[in-house]
Design a protein around this ligand. Structure first.
Ligand code: NAD
Length: 560
């Protein structure tokens, strides 16, 4: 019985004739839509391995009809990535969203199908920060009113006594990417800056010369201007409601250019109507587009913009370049660091993790195959134990182990580290990471698999350079590369077995790359881990099982 382990990340296999040199090159098809900036598209079309088709935003039905041809899709929020579309996208490996929000993507379905989702969270920070100051200056100088009355033929100069930024205290809620850019610019305006962000360490505050507010209430009480730059989460939804707005200084200004729903719209309207707040700006709303009859449109001193925070030429170019390069790297190199629907490993590029992932997957495939040879095919549990080197990568390594366990078992060619855990959970397989005992090798990765009444642990090491090696199979110490085809034999420790195995393989023209024999005690149980170059078919396996003393023969085939 041959067990095959799939690669961590599959490639589509459309081949196209290269016009450059007449050779066939692997070519992926990318559908680009929603008016992605040309500089981003140039990154994709500049690669000879990628064929790019650009369409304006397509009606849902037409997109569903076309999508089956493509390996990747790059778009913006106008294209809704529905479960139906994802299921029709039989070849798709990666979807790039040129922007931050992924509310338009059925993320659970994409993850279940093993489709990598990439967004571009960083390209528009400056655009948003600048809009915040534009809106604030507009409010403090009443520019919209000035412009409106001038156009109406009026000259209301005496009503236009504004205020300055210099010397005012700016309170930033959320000192992330955008909050940081806002803080930098606020210093240039000679504002005092305080911020509330319990998730950011002191060092960031010090680096930016921003004073830390110990609580949201403290920030509200001390700020002349409050600006929100957090994501919309369960914690931040309604974070600024009636009670919080009441804590603001009289005459304060409030801006929300982050996400609708963080500031309660009714409470804001009341605070403006009562004169408690001098002004406010909203670029984002609970319901977008803002309905024509929404009462916010009539609230005094409220500056409204239609979610244009990221709408600058530069931001669109930045996010397009960023997401297109990431989509290219995912397609061509299997680089998954940018996928937002995968277990992330802080500070480590996916590339660096590859040896450890390969070992985890292959050790799991070996364990699964051995149990299957013993008649236990239904894996119930997979647990992972790692040494210090790999501690931070537990989640990703478990995903890789799930790939190893499910390879050749689940239908579909899209099993990968993105969807393996979901698929395992759907099959009732428990995945867990267990604490390492003291004295565990720093480099160790051990996968323990339970099926039926049996359990087996397969361990190995994955150095940063050099091949990964299996160092233990069950109780037996081995030293063999899990590559090509791995043959695992259990036998009685009697003379002649090694020679006969060599003869059977030699007669079948199968070259032995490594042969590692291990035994627990003289004359007791023995295990041979034999790495061979060719395939080992059922006939050869039957011959091996016919050798006196050989009890089991497991064949595991790896993709390379
Ligand atoms: P980010 O993830 O870099 O920063 C968010 C910060 O909020 C983090 O530092 C986090 O620690 C902090 N935070 C989270 N929960 C908090 C809480 N309860 N209290 C205080 N701080 C909290 O995100 P970013 O890129 O800076 O984006 C900020 C917001 O701007 C997001 O909501 C994003 O969707 C929005 N945005 C809007 C537009 C637009 O067009 N208006 C464009 C881009 C981004």
């Amino acid at each position: 019985m041959a067990e095959s382990a799939p690669p961590l990340y599959h490639r589509s296999n459309s081949f196209t004739l290269s016009p450059a040199d007449g050779r066939y090159v692997l070519k992926f098809k990318v559908l680009v839509t929603d008016g992605i900036d040309a500089e981003g598209i140039a990154i994709l079309s500049g690669d000879p391995q990628l064929a790019v088709d650009e369409f304006p935003t397509l009606p849902a039905a037409e997109l569903i009809e076309r999508i089956g041809d493509y390996d990747a899709l790059v778009g913006r929020s106008a294209t809704r990535i529905t479960p139906e579309l994802l299921r029709a996208a039989k070849k798709i490996r990666v979807i790039g969203r040129a922007g931050v929000g992924v509310d338009n993507i059925a993320m659970d379905v994409a993850t279940e199908l093993g489709i990598s989702i990439i967004n571009a969270p960083a390209g528009n920070t400056v655009a948003v920060a600048e809009l915040m100051f534009g809106s604030l200056l507009n409010i403090l100088r009443n520019l919209s009113f000035a412009d409106r009355t001038m156009r109406a033929g009026e000259w209301r100069r005496s009503e236009l006594l504004g205020g300055e930024l210099k010397g005012r205290t700016l309170g930033i809620i959320g000192l992330g990417r955008i909050g940081t850019e806002v803080a930098r610019r606020a210093s240039a305006f000679e504002m005092e800056v305080i911020a509330f962000d319990p998730y950011v360490p002191d060092g960031r505050f010090q680096g930016l010369r921003v004073q830390r507010a110990e609580s949201l209430v403290a920030l509200l009480a001390h700020s002349d201007v409050v600006t929100v730059h957090t994501p919309l989460t369960d914690e931040t939804r309604g974070m600024l409601g009636r009670r919080e707005l009441a804590k603001l200084k009289p005459g304060a200004v409030l801006l929300n250019i982050a996400r609708g729903g963080i500031v309660e719209e009714d409470a804001l309207a009341e605070a403006l109507a009562s004169g408690k707040l001098a002004g406010a700006a909203l670029d984002v709303f609970t319901k977008e587009p803002l309905p024509a009859d929404n009462p916010l449109r009539g609230v005094p001193n409220l500056f409204l913009t239609p979610h244009i925070g990221a709408s600058t030429l530069e931001a669109q170019r930045n996010v397009a370049r960023d997401v297109c390069a990431a989509v290219r790297d995912t397609l061509l190199g299997g680089e998954l660091s940018r996928s937002i629907n995968i277990a992330t490993v802080e500070g480590v590029r996916w590339e660096q993790l590859k040896p450890a992932l390969r070992l985890s997957e292959r050790a799991a495939a070996v364990g699964r195959a051995i149990l299957a040879t013993q008649g236990n095919r239904a894996v119930q549990r997979v647990s992972l134990r790692v040494g210090a080197t790999h501690l931070g990568a537990n989640e990703a390594l478990l995903s890789a182990a799930a790939v190893g366990v499910l390879g050749g078992v689940v239908a579909g060619d899209r099993l990968n580290v993105i969807n393996a855990r979901t698929l395992a959970a759907q099959r009732g397989i428990e995945l867990s990471a267990v604490e390492s005992a003291a004295g565990t090798d720093d480099d160790l990765i051990e996968i323990r698999i339970s099926a039926g009444m049996q359990e087996i642990a397969v361990a190995g090491t994955a150095p940063a350079t050099g091949p990964v090696r299996l160092t233990r199979i069950g109780a037996f110490h081995v030293d063999v590369q899990p590559r090509g085809t791995l043959l695992i034999l259990t036998n009685e420790d009697v003379p002649g077995v090694i020679g006969r195995v060599g003869t059977v393989l030699g007669e079948a023209q199968i070259n032995i790359a490594e042969y590692h024999q291990a035994r627990l005690a003289q004359g007791g149980d023995a295990l041979a881990a034999v790495s061979v170059d060719g395939a080992v078919g059922e006939g050869v396996r039957a011959e091996l099982l016919g050798i006196p003393g050989v009890r089991t023969a497991t064949v595991v085939t790896f993709d390379r």
